[in-house]
Design a protein around this ligand. Structure first.
Ligand SMILES: [Zn+2]
Length: 213
């Protein structure tokens, strides 16, 4: 196991000892490591403007942008009975997504669109936003993020009939390297009934609705 550990295709590759250190211990250690990077770059850490950066970055890594690595932060799985027997597609679209590319540690910014067809269980609408946010707050590749969101909702709702489309800009493509500011990456995962072309089409049509209020 150890560094060689390869999880299933949708799992974030974590070492078995990933949570042996507490968040506070991690922040303390990362603080020193960020300081070292900055010093290696030749920056003067005595400067007023830079002094607080190592602590700020360490807290941001552990509590915010990589906070979704910790299973304790997974949104609770409260569900409700589908009392009104609504049996059509429910789409939560334009969910704002901020993630981090695991190859460059640069931002991924985009929109997620999530849909499901209830098999007797429903979730609060904001639950879908929270699940997107939880898995986004990890070092990610967009394909895995898309699959993790679908897998989690399938487990919570007890149905395979879940779909997710993500359209996102990767700053590692837009701001460096090839510097293509216009390109975005689209990924999708269609479970259960969403594999049916007509159901899939309906979902994609809803996403394309021009929502303005
Ligand atoms: Zn990248």
């Amino acid at each position: 196991m150890g560094d060689e550990h390869v999880g299933s295709s949708t799992d974030t590759p974590l070492r078995p000892d990933a949570f042996e250190l507490s968040d506070i211990e991690k922040i303390d250690r990362i603080k020193g490591q960020v300081k070292e990077i900055m010093e290696t770059l030749g920056l003067d850490l005595e400067d007023d403007s830079l002094k607080g950066t190592p602590t700020r970055v360490a807290k941001m890594f552990v509590n915010e942008i990589f906070g979704g690595l910790h299973p304790d932060r997974k949104p609770s799985a409260s569900t409700f009975e589908n009392k009104y027997k609504y049996g059509e597609i429910l789409v939560e679209k334009n969910i704002t997504l901020y993630s981090t590319c695991e190859h460059h540690l640069l931002p991924i910014v985009g929109k997620a669109h999530v849909a499901y067809i209830s098999k007797g269980t429903v979730v609060g609408l904001s639950k879908m936003n929270r699940i997107v946010d939880y898995y986004a707050k990890r070092p990610q590749v967009q394909e895995r993020l898309t699959m993790q969101i679908v897998k989690e909702l399938q487990a919570v709702l007890g149905t395979q009939d879940v779909a997710c489309v993500i359209d996102a800009k990767h700053l590692c493509v837009n701001s460096r390297g090839i510097r293509d500011i216009d390109s975005s990456t689209v990924t999708s995962e269609f479970g259960g009934k969403f594999k049916d072309p007509a159901v899939r089409r309906e979902f994609l049509d809803y996403i394309n609705l021009d929502t303005e209020f």
